[in-house]
Write a protein that binds this ligand. Sequence first.
Ligand code: C2E
Ligand code: MG
Ligand code: MG
Length: 390
Amino acid sequence: MTGLKLLVVDDETDFAAFVAEVATDMDFKVQSTDNPKEFTLLYTADINIIVLDLFMPGIDGIELLPFLNKNKSRASIIFMSGKDQYVLQAARKLALEQGMTVLGILQKPFRADELENILNKYVPQSVPQSDNQNDQPSLDELRQAVGRQEMRLVYQPQINMANNKVMGFEALLRWHHPTKGEIPPNYFIPLAEKNGLISDLSDYVAKTAIQQLGTWTDHGYDFRISINFSPKILDDLDMPEKLAQCARDLNADISKIMIEVTETALMSDVAQYMDILARMRMKGFRLAIDDFGTGFSSLQQLVRAPFSELKIDQVFVRRMDTDKDCRTIVEISILLAHKMGMNVIAEGIENEAVWNILRDLGCDEGQGYWMSKPLSAEEIPLWLTKWSVE
Ligand code: C2E
Ligand code: MG
Ligand code: MG
C-alpha cells in the first residue's frame, strides 16, 4: 500500500485516530480530521481511499457524496457507523447509484483486522492515469491562466419547453491549458476555491458574461445570461452592489442576469449568505438554486432564500426516461417549484424522450446536450438558425 493516500473523517477523535493508526501501519499516507467541515479543504483528486463516518454533528457522510460526485472523485469509500447495518447498506446503495466505488462498510466498534481486510481489497489500478501528479496543473498555472487568456466562456442554451423559444444561456468556464489541454471546471474550480483564487476567476466570468449579454442586446437578441457563483465568493455584503455596478458600467439589464448558486451545507455563516442572496434579488438579479435535489441544495435553503428559479440536477433528468425513481423526483421538483412560484429549468436533457416527458410534466425550461452542448459566442448565431428551422 506504499504511497497510497487515505483520508479519514470522523467527529469521534478516537475512531479517527484508530483508523489512521491501522492505515499508517499498512504504509498508507494518512490524513485525518475530526471536523467534517474540513473535508473539502483536505480533499484532493489523488486520494485513493476515504473512510467516512455516517453521522457527524451538523453534517452526515451522505451529504459529502455530491461533493465527491461533482469533483469526479475516483476515491474508494469505506462507510462506518455506530447505527445498524441497514443504515450502512442504504448509504452504500446511495453511493453506488451516484457512480462511486464503495470498498466496504464497517459497523462500529470494529477490530483492526476488519479494517485491514477491507483496505487490502483496494485495487490500486483503479486510479486513472490522469490523476498522475505530473498531469495536474499547478496553482501558479491557474493563477496566471486568466492573464494568459487560457480561460474562456462557453454558453449553453436554456429553452422554453412550451414554445421552443431560446430564453437565455448559461455561461460555463473553460480552461485550455497549453500542454495539458482542456481541464474540466469540476477540477479547477474547487482548486481555485481552496486557494483563494475563486474571486479573481468570478470577476473574469461576471465581466465577460455581462459583456456578452450587452453584445446580444446590441444585436437585437432578447436573451438572459446565467452565471454560476461559488458560495465561497458570497461572503462579501457589498458584492450585490459591486455586481450591479458592473452591470450598469456595461450597460446591461440587471433583470436579464441570473445568478446560479448551490451548496451552503459546509458554509460557516449561512445567515450572511442568505442576506447576500436577498440583496441580489432586491437589486433585481434573478436567482437560481442550482443542482436541486443533490444534498447540498436543500429544501431548507429553498424556503429561506428568495429564489426565482429552480434547476433540477442532471443526475435525475438524464435517467428519468428509464428510471421511475428519478422521474418521481423530477415530477415532485416541478410541482414544488410551481407551488412556490418559481420557474423550473431541467438540465441534462440528452434525448427526445426526456424532453417530451418534461414538456408533458409542465417543466418551464430545458437545457441539455440533446438541444445543444455549450457553444462559443461565435458558434451561437449558426446554432440559432438551425434551432429555429427545426
Ligand atoms: P452546473 O452549473 O450544474 O452546469 C451544468 C453542467 O452540466 C455543465 O458542465 C454542462 O456542460 C453540463 N451539461 C449540460 N447539459 C448536459 C447533458 O445533457 N448531459 C451531461 N452529461 N452534461 C450536461 P461543466 O461545464 O463541465 O460545468 C460543471 C460545473 O462546474 C457546473 O455545473 C458549475 O457548478 C461549475 N462551473 C462551471 N463554470 C463555472 C463558473 O464560471 N463559476 C463557478 N463558480 N462554477 C462554474
Ligand atoms: Mg449552473
Ligand atoms: Mg447544475
